[in-house]
Design a protein around this ligand. Structure first.
Ligand code: ZN
Ligand code: ZN
Ligand code: FE
Length: 758
């Protein structure tokens, strides 16, 4: 006989882990116990040496689908004689730390039950079990227990109760366990009239959608707006009502087979679609499918996802076609979560609402993932991921709240050796968004039982996240440079403390010299950085207006490259720009008035893209860049000339020669596909070239590719290819490369900075 004690850490609570361990142990004749503790699960096991080895091996490989084992440590125990293997209830053992898992997509068994006419949960939209169902979005406090969820008001019927209390049942301790007898129910209401009308809410919603209407659907982390994705009129109607110019809509399909019809999927993409997080997966859509082009105009990408609650699954079954499912909000305000709020805010947008009576405690938008150059990369980390922590290589000295950036805001709380991202907040531009931010921070502090002693924020004084930090008392404040935070967020994923040469490429971010940065080569440690290189700045005539009117950026670039004499008559783009606007912009540049300098690589994409595609205006952040990426042909392999000024401090990449070559190409009628390919190649060669020069001086440290620009697969893989034979290249996986990921970097920087001082 032998004994072992196994400590398992990661997402192992609320996912059916203990019953699974018990079944495994009993199957192998192992005795002992399993229980939750503050950091995961503790197993004590007794059996023969051989059986214990087998047990350990299966613990490592066979965990339930929603569990994520971060570490598993076993130590020897004095053998004891026990008669059985038991699950010890953690309630007996003092308070727990964070025990709330992320929301989990419906498991196969529950889905089968919902679709089985003989099952007592046939057609029941709120079916769940220990391995699936709502978690974070229904939690109102800790520990995670039915009484501390929005299921508290529903009393379990006898059948549900017996599932809940039976260790052998797959609903043992499934906190949101419910059935049609005792659980939440659906309702259908036409907007404006206010009465729940139908006896068959799902059917009524399906009829409305099939007839080309728009429905607001209360789901897991908030409301969606839905319409028939194959009906161009319906999609256009939704677009108009939602005031969402051209931003792509996500599309939900009933299963993997339906997804395959709409897009060519790689193995990684299929795995992501089916993962328990069920994110929206950005994939390249097939041509000539049933999906209306209006769903994602002017990009070949489409965001697909599969149903993650029985409600969604049943709705898709009833409608029988793919549905646009987009967060219910106007422009970039937070997603709606309550019925009253939905009635008010969706008036005039949705024709009717599909409602239910289980409250959403915490808003949580859908997550977005994309396979970038072979690597699954989380672009928006929210539902399904939150609040699963990142394990830090070394613990933070004091709890830190990092407030994130401005656009695509996500905050992060680091405590001990864990870092917890909050849900996706969105663009912090409105009062509603700021309120959501404050509400979400407060709730995360509650469920983590933590009072931040350090607050990290961006250096930009205008960001609402910065103002929030400055207004909060009782904590030490640390301002963190935006691109330093980007690089450290990439390092955090791999537990690297530096030095690392970070290529932080994005659209904008406050530098420490008063200009806007975004084409940065930073030598980074957690507590400091050195700016070794950058791109030659472009002037933004009119400031922020230029982000939308990208022709202004193109004009400034030409003005710079042609010494104040841009060859406008050769360039079709400027035929689309009013003459007086051109004159005004020219004046701003000549007099250097309201034309701030910006180093962002994103601005080069805007400028070259505008010229090559003859597109004067970008209707949303990144629109031109994505079109420009996909415009590139794969035959063209050469690049434009560029210069690197190595004597400057920081060294500077100068693309003026490329601008002149581009004008030549346009004059000669070169197709945009070749121009785009050359441009991408140029940026990649210049960047890898400067990186290599710098690395020869500083030594072979790892290189991190970070910032929103690295969502561009072409650029990302090209730079990686050029550097990876000699250097370790760090890319984002679980932490978003864009501004949604910087909060973890901010937290680590603030901690290291104060640690040094102390
Ligand atoms: Zn289930
Ligand atoms: Zn029941
Ligand atoms: Fe950024």
């Amino acid at each position: 006989m032998a004994g072992i004690r196994v400590e398992i850490r990661g997402t192992v609570q609320g996912v059916g882990f203990r019953p699974w361990v018990a079944r495994l142990a009993r199957g192998l004749g192992v005795t002992g116990s399993v229980r939750n503790d503050a950091r995961g699960v503790i197993v004590e096991a007794f059996a023969t040496e051989k059986d214990l080895q087998l047990f350990l091996q299966q613990l490592r490989v066979d965990a339930p689908p929603a569990a994520r084992i971060v570490s598993l440590r076993s130590t020897a125990l004095e053998p004891e004689t026990r008669t059985e293997f038991v699950i010890e209830l953690s309630e007996k053992r003092g308070p727990k730390a964070l025990s709330i898992p992320p929301d989990l997509a419906t498991c196969e068994q529950c889905e089968a039950e919902v679709l089985d006419p003989a099952n007592r949960r046939y057609g029941y939209a709120f079916t769940n079990c220990t391995s699936c169902g709502p978690r974070f979005t229904i939690a109102t406090g800790i520990p995670y227990d039915r009484a501390q969820t929005t299921m508290a008001s529903f009393e379990m019927c006898r059948a549900c109760e017996s599932e809940y209390t039976n260790v052998e049942d797959r609903r043992f301790h499934a906190q949101p366990n419910a059935c049609p007898e005792c659980g939440p129910s659906l309702a259908f209401a036409m907007l404006g009239e206010g009465v729940a009308l139908s006896s068959n809410p799902l059917g009524a919603t399906a009829e409305l959608l099939k007839a080309g209407g728009v429905a607001g659907i209360k789901g897991l982390g908030g409301f969606h707006l839905a319409c028939d994705a194959s009906d161009p009129v319906a999609v256009e109607l939704l677009r108009e009502r939602k005031r969402r110019d051209q931003k792509p809509f996500a599309v939900m399909v009933r299963d993997l087979g339906a997804a395959r019809e709409l897009a060519k999927l790689s193995e990684e993409e299929e795995a992501l679609l089916l993962s328990p997080e069920r994110p929206i997966v950005l994939v390249e859509r097939r041509k000539g499918t049933s999906i209306a082009p209006e769903v994602s105009p002017d990009t070949p990408l489409i965001g697909l996802f599969l149903p993650y609650t029985p409600l969604h699954r049943l709705l898709l079954e009833a409608v029988g076609r793919p549905l646009v499912m987009t967060s219910a909000n106007v422009s970039d305000e937070p997603i709606c979560k309550d019925e009253e709020e939905a009635r008010r805010r969706l008036e005039g947008i949705a024709d009717a609402l599909l409602l239910h009576d289980r409250d959403i405690a915490m808003r949580c938008d859908d997550s977005v993932v994309r396979v970038i150059a072979g690597a699954p990369t989380v672009m928006r980390r929210s539902r399904g991921f939150v609040p699963r922590p990142f394990m830090l290589r070394s613990p933070v000295a004091r709890p830190v709240l990092a407030c994130g950036a401005h656009l695509k805001n996500t905050f992060c709380i680091a405590v001990g050796d864990s870092a917890y991202f909050g849900p996706h907040i969105g663009d912090l531009e409105t009062v509603a968004a700021l309120e959501f931010f404050e509400e979400a921070v407060a709730r995360m502090e509650t469920i983590l039982s933590v009072q931040p002693e350090v607050i990290a924020h961006d250096l930009h004084p205008g960001y609402l996240s910065t103002r929030y930090a400055l207004a909060r008392s009782g904590a030490e404040l640390v301002g963190v440079q935006h691109h330093h935070a980007h690089v450290v967020s990439a390092m955090a994923e791999r537990g690297i403390v530096g030095p690392v040469l970070g290529l932080a490429f994005d659209g904008t971010g406050a530098g420490i010299d008063g200009t806007s940065w975004g084409g940065e080569f930073l030598l980074c440690f957690h507590d400091r950085f050195e700016r070794l290189g950058t791109f030659r700045p472009i002037r933004l005539a009119g400031g922020n207006v230029a982000m939308r009117e990208v022709w202004r950026i193109a004009y400034a670039l030409l003005h710079d490259a042609f010494d104040g004499e841009p060859p406008l008559e050769d360039l079709p783009l400027f035929k689309k720009v009013p003459l007086d606007a051109l004159r005004l912009v020219n004046q701003m540049l000549e007099r250097d008035l309201n034309a701030p300098r910006a180093h962002g690589v994103g601005r080069y994409f805007d400028a070259f893209g505008a010229l090559g595609l003859e597109r004067p205006v970008s209707s949303y952040e990144g629109q031109i860049a994505v079109s420009w990426d996909f415009a590139a042909d794969s035959e063209t392999l050469d690049s434009y000339p560029f210069e690197i000024d190595g004597a400057a401090t920081p060294a500077q990449i100068d693309l003026r020669p490329s601008v002149r070559a581009l004008v030549n190409d346009i004059v000669e009628g070169t197709p945009p596909g070749a121009i785009s390919a050359r441009f991408h190649r140029t940026v990649a060669r210049a960047s890898a070239g400067l990186a290599e020069t710098l690395l020869q001086e500083i030594g072979p440290v790892p290189v991190a590719l970070t910032g929103g620009v690295f969502q561009n697969a072409r650029l990302c893989s090209d730079i990686e290819l050029q550097l990876s034979s000699k250097y370790e290249v760090l890319r984002h996986r679980e932490v978003p490369p864009g501004d949604g990921g910087i909060a973890i970097g901010q937290a680590l920087i603030a901690d290291a900075f104060l640690g040094d001082k102390g």
